[in-house]
Design a protein around this ligand. Structure first.
Ligand code: ADP
Ligand code: G6P
Length: 472
């Protein structure tokens, strides 16, 4: 282990691996945090016995000390919390983070709102996260800030004269200059990102977009471009920029997917859906995931290839997300309506073309779904990485699953050659890819899945951390 690897890791993210809320009876409870960031970071923090700082999903009113008692002993790392008021949640989290930066960085300008009140609260909350971090940090710690909700923390940490190495990783895409320029606060966000010692992106494309924005906005800044990282210099200050595709704990997913419980659950799932091939979609409810487009592609498949009727089923699992944001509420209604319409048109006694589940699944069930599905249909309009794609490969222990993947997911950079790549806006093309996957012979399936699994196994989440920290 290098000297850098031995430093204590302080990860700071908006969301913690747990959320505190009230149950139906009004009692406080702990629930698991959702999304790719939590999936990737949890094994890393366990491994490094570090500290995780973030919003616990509630305000000051919750009895956090008693709820979190014993957490560190059980999980092997400690937590520090940054409670947020309801107004802060509305303006910083739902507002600027998820109604401005999220859609803008995913190239979906039509979903963006630009509201100065949201911006002001975003600045304040970023300062608060930095203040809490500065109050907890020890001399030998490495501070690693995660994602678009916290781009400005570095500026405040510098003001507070924190001397520790400061790193930042963006889990979502970084847009091209023409898109980034639309942001009224682009200079502040750029200065925020340049306040860190190392800024990491998911893909080479994201890193290039960022360097291109820097060149246009700060012409005096010099860039020394290398294969793995680039270094940007201006007035004696330098920032490293690299791309580090995030991943999963392959061995853990692979091991759990082989357990008897998962094998039984997968068998049961398929038995209920009889002998037909199962096409699986698993996503957070989000308009970036291309779920309506995917359902329309499935409809097109049924229209174009009637011989597949009764022989194929789409199982779409959606986990509720950002439920207070209107764009997410609209999407929920759209999905209910679409699935209902297609089932009404094509369904027959004994065959429901689309099974649509709207809830989070426990890990064992999720793995059983991955194992049971002959085809995974992962078609985001844009995605930083997409860990579901990697989880599907790690859990396809029988080696015969086909991965259909959007060319606009970060994961396509690594998995694109062995997956079937599609443009999610091309409804006909996606329908044809499902048709091709359905008819793909056993040998080709096995060969493709073997290559996919090898890639995810090699480029696992522990390697991601090692590469990132070694670049600092
Ligand atoms: P994002 O980070 O945008 O949500 P990712 O695909 O990178 O997208 O990560 C999503 C994570 O959430 C994965 O780890 C996946 O297993 C988990 N997940 C998604 N949908 C569900 C679900 N219905 N039940 C349980 N976990 C889910
Ligand atoms: C994506 C983002 C994460 C976020 C997750 C879940 O993975 O990159 O930062 O935590 O979605 O979204 P939520 O808004 O529930 O935290």
């Amino acid at each position: 282990m290098s000297e850098k690897q031995q430093r204590r890791l302080i990860a700071v993210s908006n969301r913690l691996p747990i959320a505190v809320d009230r149950d139906d009876q009004g009692q406080w409870q702990l629930t698991a945090g959702a999304g790719g960031l939590v999936t990737a970071l949890a094994p890393v923090l366990k491994h490094h016995q570090g500290m995780w700082i973030g919003w616990p999903g509630c305000g000051e009113e919750a009895p956090l000390d008693s709820l979190l008692e014993g957490f560190a002993d059980k999980q092997g790392y400690s937590l520090a919390t940054v409670p947020l008021s309801q107004e802060e949640v509305r303006e910083y989290y739902e507002g600027f983070s998820n109604m401005t930066l999220w859609p803008l960085f995913h190239d979906l300008l039509g979903h963006c709102q630009f509201n100065p009140d949201h911006w002001r609260t975003y600045v304040e909350v970023n300062r608060r996260f930095a203040d809490v971090t500065a109050g907890t940090v020890g001399d030998n710690d490495l501070i690693w800030v995660q994602d678009y909700q916290l781009t400005l923390m570095g500026v405040r940490l510098r003001e507070l004269k924190v001397k520790n190495p400061l790193a930042f990783f963006l889990h979502i895409p970084f847009p091209a200059p023409d898109m980034f320029r639309r942001l009224p606060w682009k200079n502040e966000i750029m200065q925020g990102l340049l306040s860190y010692d190392l800024v990491g992106f998911q893909t080479l494309r994201d890193r290039r977009n960022f360097v291109q924005c820097v060149r246009e906005m700060i012409p005096n800044m010099k860039a020394d471009i290398r294969r793995r990282t680039s270094t940007l210099h201006e007035d004696g200050r330098s920032v490293k920029v690299g791309h580090f595709p995030i991943s999963i704990d392959f061995n853990e997913f692979n091991r759990q997917a082989r357990s008897k419980e998962v094998a039984d659950a997968a068998w049961y799932l398929h038995e209920k859906l009889s002998r037909r091939q199962l096409v699986l979609g698993v996503d957070r409810l989000d308009y970036t995931k291309g779920i309506p487009e995917r359902i329309l592609a499935f409809e097109r498949l049924l229209e174009k290839y009637p011989e597949l009727h009764r022989n194929i089923t789409l199982l779409q699992v959606v986990v509720p997300s950002r439920t207070q944001v209107p764009e997410y509420q609209k999407l929920k209604e759209e999905l209910d309506q679409l699935a209902g319409r297609i089932n009404a048109q094509y369904g027959e006694p004994g065959w429901v073309p689309i099974h649509y589940i709207f809830r989070s699944l426990p890990r064992e069930q999720l793995l059983a779904h991955y194992r049971a599905a002959e085809i995974a249909l992962i078609t985001p309009l844009r995605d930083g990485m997409n860990l579901v794609a990697k989880e599907y490969c790690a859990a396809s222990v029988d080696g015969n699953g086909v991965l259909i993947l959007s060319e606009f997911a970060g994961a396509a950079e690594q998995l694109g050659r062995a997956a079937l790549l599609v443009n999610p806006y091309d409804i006909d093309g996606t329908a044809d890819a499902i048709h091709r996957a359905y008819h793909m012979g056993a040998e080709e399936r096995r060969d493709r899945m073997r290559r996919l699994r090898a890639s995810v196994q090699r480029n696992n989440v522990h390697r991601w951390v090692r590469h990132f920290i070694d670049s600092l």
